[in-house]
Design a protein around this ligand. Structure first.
Ligand code: EPU
Length: 356
């Protein structure tokens, strides 16, 4: 199998940051991983798994062998009384897969339309939007151990999904529903993901942006396709298209605080956007906190805060000729935002993308 050397990564990361992979292999099946492991040159090398590159900040050239996941395929694998179980190769583009499921008549992923990235990357951060998270529709996944080449299957509990979090984001021991388990960060490559899509489908409409669409259109009982169209419209209006302006989606997670902390903030900042959660804690809108600190439209070098959504950092440079933002500029901007939000609200924002 071919390992390419000195591969430009700008087209392979949605921030469009200029960097190179010292070596890159395209993985289309488990056999490709097994062939690399058996190869004396590459077998012992540390590796870095790259999906759609939509949740990474490259701060320099990537020295570990880059495994670019290009496993194809999408199909119905099972049908039960309650679900269609559909499977997609990890290399499929997430949005194209969502569109395909709806075209086939399998609803359930529509709220997550237009999320950038690949199917294989989606479980890593348990992607979510407009009230639905990947874990709500997840059935199981197949992954390959990058040390032994063994393929294994994980169910939802074993993936230890959390808010933008999973077993794939942690190294070492981590607490899971079933007790302690070992984090799989840098240890596994996701090959295929299966989703259980409900036959008794019900729309998920709790989000303000979707309720606004219902009011505007007068449609009270939207179909899955209608919701898909609304989500695409909302995202196109609010979030920058990575093909036009480099970005990695939300740069920070929405923080959760205790009701006491929230009451304290409201006393000082009555307008703070907050949502009570089922467990009694309160989620704050990080975008609002950043916006309130005056960051919208500000920049460090070519890295900037998107002017329609302060939670999104963007690459303002054209990028193609190497003039775009560096990973260092993005991280300097991110740290300055964290500092100012901390100084004003006493909250430390946690960043979402993986810094490489
Ligand atoms: N807000 C502001 N100013 C801003 C940005 C937001 O005041 O600059 C306020 C909004 O007016 C709104 C609230 O903050 O009242 C929340 O904003 P929004 O509905 O846009 O959602 P979000 O919490 O900023 C999250 C996800 C998005 C997801 C949307 C919709 C995270 C980190 N982000 O954003 O996910 O699309 O909800 O469900 O949870 C991503 O993870 O990359 C991502 C884009």
């Amino acid at each position: 199998m071919l390992v390419e050397k000195n591969v430009p990564l700008q087209a392979f990361n949605t921030f469009r940051i200029v960097a190179k992979a010292h070596a890159l292999a395209r993985i289309t099946s488990e056999a490709d991983v097994q062939a690399l492991l058996a190869d004396p040159t590459w077998g012992p090398s540390p590796t870095f798994v790259l999906g759609g590159g939509s949740n990474i900040v490259l701060t320099g050239d990537v020295k570990p062998l880059v495994l670019k996941v290009e496993v194809p395929g999408r199909r119905l694998v099972a049908e039960t009384d309650k679900h269609w179980v559909v499977e997609a190769g990890a290399g499929e583009a997430w949005h194209d897969f969502v569109t395909w499921t709806l075209d086939q008549g399998y609803p359930g992923l529509e709220n997550m339309a237009l999320i950038p990235g690949t199917v294989g990357a989606a479980p890593v951060q348990n992607v979510g939007a407009y009230g639905v998270e990947l874990q709500d529709r997840f059935e199981s996944l197949d992954a390959i151990d990058l040390q032994t080449g063994q393929v294994f299957t994980l169910n939802a509990a074993q993936c230890a999904f959390g808010y933008r979090d999973s077993v794939f984001k942690h190294g070492g021991a981590m607490p899971t529903a079933g007790g302690q388990s070992l984090g799989l960060k840098d240890r596994a490559l996701i090959l295929r993901v299966r989703f259980a899509l409900p036959k008794a489908w019900k729309p998920v409409l709790g989000y303000a942006d979707l309720e606004r669409k219902m009011l505007e259109t007068g449609i009270q009982q939207p179909t899955a396709r209608q919701i898909y169209n609304w989500v695409c419209e909302v995202r196109r209006a609010k979030l920058p298209d990575p093909n036009v302006i480099g970005n990695a989606g939300s740069f920070f997670k929405n923080p959760t605080v205790t009701p006491e902390q929230c009451a304290d903030i409201i006393a000082r900042e009555p307008k703070v956007v907050h949502y009570p959660l089922h467990d009694g804690s309160v989620k704050l809108a990080a975008g609002w906190l950043i916006d309130a600190c005056g960051w919208k439209g500000k920049s460090v070098g070519q890295a900037g805060v998107y002017d329609k959504q302060a939670l999104v950092l963007v690459n303002r440079g054209a990028g193609v000729d190497g003039n775009g933002a560096t990973g260092g500029e993005v991280m300097t901007l991110a740290k300055a935002i964290q500092t100012s939000v901390y100084e004003r609200f006493g909250i430390l924002l946690e960043s979402e993308p993986v810094v490489v």
